[in-house]
Structures are given as structure tokens and as C-alpha cells.
Ligand binder design. Structure first.
Ligand code: GLU
Length: 486
């Protein structure tokens, strides 16, 4: 479907929890669509659920979007500040006869549902107060009953729309659960708190939203909302329902799956760049030749709903990890250093004494970058550079092998005095010389040096590691303890 007119989309998160990956992915698709069409991406905080909404969740959502690079246009609209407009729309629907007051109390509604259940019928409101006579209404008022406001849903209505993802959609009015509550219970001369479907329509119309892009769990709401658009005399937006994010079992990803908040991913050490790249791939296939690694701007240049799948998108940790590694491997040493400094500082590393020099830290970052998957790996793997490691079993076995201790002592004796950095050639030459003097293979000496320096047989390039540890004399200390400890 061709996009005509100016594009205005919105993200409408409810601040009843931290920024969820599903909401963030919806934000990504909205952002990409807006930027692709040179339109606006607006934000509306849907805080009308007073009991569950919290300012700290709003802060978390805004921070998360900002961290991901999903900048929005203008100030966020705060839904609760628009309650008078919502009430006015309800009054309009009451006046036009599209809505009415329903006095049924909880006990009556429960009895109605129990009867439906006993008869094996789907639970729905049976529209019992749709056409009360003035006398009946008067009797309820005399009893002091309160009322909700319900919007009439014609059972015979067929609601259809052209969905940007799912194509032609049709919904029967009879499948919408009967006349819908649009305002909570209140004394009958007032209008109670307006409810979700009503306020969304009023706000989307007021914000002149051209396209509503949201998860497919909102499809039934869309059917209801289309009826409200018509009743209120507004032109509805175009809808795009994006596929759900699924867990490994193919079920909707939920809190039970562990990490689902953007702030959790951030705390785990994922980069914003990798995470938005990954979220873009959750349901959207890039055009041929683009590959899977791209920036938001690159995706925005080619984004369209024709490439959004209808099927749910399975969350794939391996792919996210791979993308995160790609981002980290591509960072220049200074950028990586800037990202690692706070994590190192949290361990008390890198601000004073050996290891505090920026140039040394950049060299360390260049050494570690190719083996990082998560930023946090840059803490784990930097550990032997900032603290003396406990040798693991394999390293201890290596250090206990025949001839290793004397060979390390030989190397130690050959080390030049003074804190000058060893050149790579110098380091190689020293290794050759020590190996031949001690009568061991150079490979054996290198493995032993690694065990002595890192306390492990695994790790980054040995010569670079050694050179980094040399200026502070840390290599001498480690060689000494390894070559003398029985
Ligand atoms: N507040 C709703 C939600 O978070 C918004 C849905 C919509 O985009 O209309 O699910």
C-alpha cells in the first residue's frame, strides 16, 4: 500500500513496568517507518491506570528509548493530562446515542457470566441495559446505583481494514464481547474514568496519527477502535500489527523468560547498537545483499512493511550475541576504553597506579576487543591485567611440568632492567634465547609464560600480554613466583 500524506506515528507505552523488549521493538518499527518517510515519531505515556503507573517506570522507558537511539519528536504527551478531552468524547457519544449508561452491578454481571459458562457459551456482556426505558433507569437511580458507560457494538457489524502487515482483516461485531465499557463505574450524574480503547482513539485523533504500528495482541482492540473512530466522526489511521516476539518454545516472550527489560540487557553488557540491530531483525527481513549487521539509519533507508513477517519472531540469543560481538570488535580502542572505564572503576581498577595510563588502557582494549561478546567480558578478560590471577588447574599443571620452573627463571634473569616497554622483536628474541639456554622448546616456554602471567592456558596474544604487563614489573613478580614456588 502506497504511503500518502505526512507520516505521524507514535509509541504509546504504559508506565506500569520497565521498558519491555516487545515495546522497544514496536518503537524500532515506528521509528524506522517515520524516519524512512521523513515523518514524525511521537511519544505518549499512557498513565491512566493510576494504581499501576509509576513515575520511575516512565523515567526507565524514556531513558531506555534514548539509550537505544530512538529519539522522538517533541515533548511526550501525558495521557492523564488529557482526561477532559476523553470525558468530552464520552459525553459526545452519550449525546449521539452511541453510548449509554449501564447500571448492572458486579453481582448481576457475575451471575450472567456463570450462566453463560454453564451453558457453554463464550462470556460476553448481554447488552441488557442498552435500551432501558426512562422508568427503568429512574428505578436504578432511585436505588442509588452507579453506572459504567458502554459503547454500542452492533452484533451484525463487520469491521474490516487493510493491515500493512497482515493484509485484509475482518472482524465480526458479534466477536467483540458485547457493548464495551468506555468509562468506569461512577455516580450516574458523572462520567467515570475513561478506559483504554476510548482514550487511545481520542488521543490518536488529536495527535493526527497517520499510522498505528503496534503488536498483533492489539488486533481485537483495533476492531473496537475502528467503531469508535466512526462514531466520533474521525478518519481512522492506517494500522500495522507486528508479529509477537516468541521464546524458545514458540510462546509469547514473557517475564517468565527471564531477561525482557531493555535495562536488563543494558546491565548484562549488550550495546544499544547491537540490541536495536537485533530488534530490527525480529520480524523484519532486510533486503537481499544488506546482511544482518546495520545501523538504524541504514535500516530506515530501506524499511517497509512489505518485509515484515506475519509469523512470530523467535528470540535468538546466539544471533544477539553475535551482533554484539560484531559491534565490540569494530570499536576503536578509545571508544571501547570509554565504555569499559566505568565497569573497571566499579572494581576499583584503572584510576590509579599501574594500569591507570590511558595509552596502556587503549593497548589493552585493542588486545581484548576481538574476543569480546559482551562488554562485561572486557572486565573478566581484563582481570589478569589489573590483579594477580589465581592459576587454574591447567596452569598449575603446566607450571609443575619438568623443566618449566628453571626455564622461567632463565627468562626472568634475561629480562632487561628498567621499566621500558619490551618491543615485540625483543620479546620474541628473549623467548628464543631463554628457551635455548634452558634447553626447552620455545612453544613450551611460551605456554608456561602464559600460565605464569595469566594463570590460565587461554587468553589473548601472548607477546602483547607480556608487553603490557612489563612496564609495571608485574611480569617479573609473576615469573618470580611461578619459577620459585615449589
Ligand atoms: N498502552 C498500550 C500498550 O502499552 C498502547 C497500545 C497502543 O499502541 O495502542 O500496550
Amino acid at each position: 500500500m502506497a504511503v500518502t500524506g505526512s507520516v505521524r506515528v507514535r509509541l504509546a507505552p504504559s508506565p506500569t513496568g520497565t521498558l519491555h523488549i516487545g515495546t522497544a521493538r514496536t518503537a524500532v518499527f515506528n521509528w524506522l517507518f517515520a524516519r524512512h518517510h521523513g515523518g514524525s515519531f511521537l511519544l505518549r505515556i499512557e498513565d491512566t491506570d493510576r494504581e499501576r503507573s509509576r513515575p520511575e517506570y516512565t523515567a526507565n522507558i524514556l531513558e531506555g528509548l534514548h539509550w537505544l537511539g530512538l529519539d522522538w519528536d517533541g515533548e511526550p504527551v501525558i495521557q492523564s493530562e488529557r482526561i477532559e478531552a476523553h470525558r468530552a468524547a464520552i459525553a459526545q457519544l452519550l449525546a449521539s446515542g452511541h453510548a449509554y449508561r449501564c447500571y448492572a452491578n458486579e453481582a448481576e454481571l457475575t451471575a450472567m457470566r456463570e450462566l453463560q459458562q454453564a451453558q457453554n457459551r463464550a462470556p460476553r456482556y448481554d447488552n441488557r441495559h442498552r435500551d432501558l426505558s426512562p422508568e427503568q433507569e429512574g428505578a436504578f437511580l432511585a436505588e442509588g446505583r452507579e453506572a459504567v458507560v458502554r459503547f454500542r457494538i452492533d452484533d451484525g457489524a463487520v469491521i474490516s481494514w487493510q493491515d500493512l502487515v497482515r493484509g485484509e482483516m475482518r472482524w465480526a461485531g458479534s466477536d467483540l464481547g458485547g457493548d464495551m465499557v468506555i468509562a468506569r463505574r461512577a455516580p450516574a450524574d458523572q462520567i467515570g474514568d475513561p478506559l483504554y480503547n476510548l482514550v487511545v482513539v481520542v488521543d490518536d485523533a488529536a495527535m493526527a496519527i497517520s499510522h498505528v504500528i503496534r503488536g498483533e495482541d492489539h488486533i481485537a482492540n483495533t476492531a473496537k477502535q475502528l467503531l469508535l473512530y466512526t462514531a466520533l466522526g474521525h478518519t481512522p489511521p492506517v494500522f500495522a500489527h507486528t508479529p509477537l516476539i516468541l521464546n524458545q518454545e514458540g510462546k509469547k516472550l514473557s517475564k517468565r523468560d527471564g531477561v525482557t527489560s531493555i535495562s536488563d540487557f543494558q546491565a548484562m553488557g549488550y550495546s544499544a547498537e547491537a540490541l536495536v540491530n537485533y530488534m530490527t531483525l525480529l520480524g523484519w527481513s532486510p533486503p537481499e545483499g544488506m546482511g544482518e549487521r546495520f545501523s538504524l539509519e541504514q535500516a530506515a533507508a530501506v524499511f517497509d512493511f512489505g518485509r515484515v513477517n506475519r509469523a512470530g519472531a523467535r528470540f535468538d540469543w546466539d544471533k544477539l550475541n553475535w551482533l554484539n560481538g560484531q559491534v565490540l570488535h569494530g570499536l576503536d580502542p578509545e571508544s571501547l576504553r570509554q565504555q569499559l572505564l566505568p565497569l573497571w572503576a566499579a572494581r576499583g581498577w584503572g584510576s590509579a597506579g599501574p594500569g591507570a595510563e590511558a595509552d596502556w588502557q587503549r593497548q589493552l582494549c585493542a588486545l581484548l576487543a576481538p574476543s569480546l561478546t559482551l562488554l562485561a567480558d572486557g572486565v573478566e578478560q581484563a582481570l589478569p591485567f589489573f590483579t594477580r590471577p589465581e592459576p587454574d588447574a591447567a596452569a598449575l599443571a603446566q607450571l609443575a611440568s619438568d623443566g618449566v620452573r628453571p626455564a622461567l627463571a632463565t627468562l626472568l634473569a634475561l629480562l632487561p632492567e628498567g621499566g621500558e616497554t619490551l618491543s615485540a622483536e625483543q620479546a620474541q628474541a628473549l623467548l628464543g634465547q631463554a628457551a635455548s639456554q634452558a634447553g626447552v622448546k620455545k612453544g613450551v616456554l611460551m605456554k608456561s609464560l602464559r600460565a605464569a602471567l595469566l594463570g590460565s592456558l587461554q587468553g589473548p596474544d601472548l607477546v602483547t600480554t607480556w608487553r603490557l604487563l612489563h612496564p609495571s614489573g608485574e611480569d617479573r613478580l609473576r615469573l618470580q613466583s611461578s619459577s620459585t614456588v615449589p
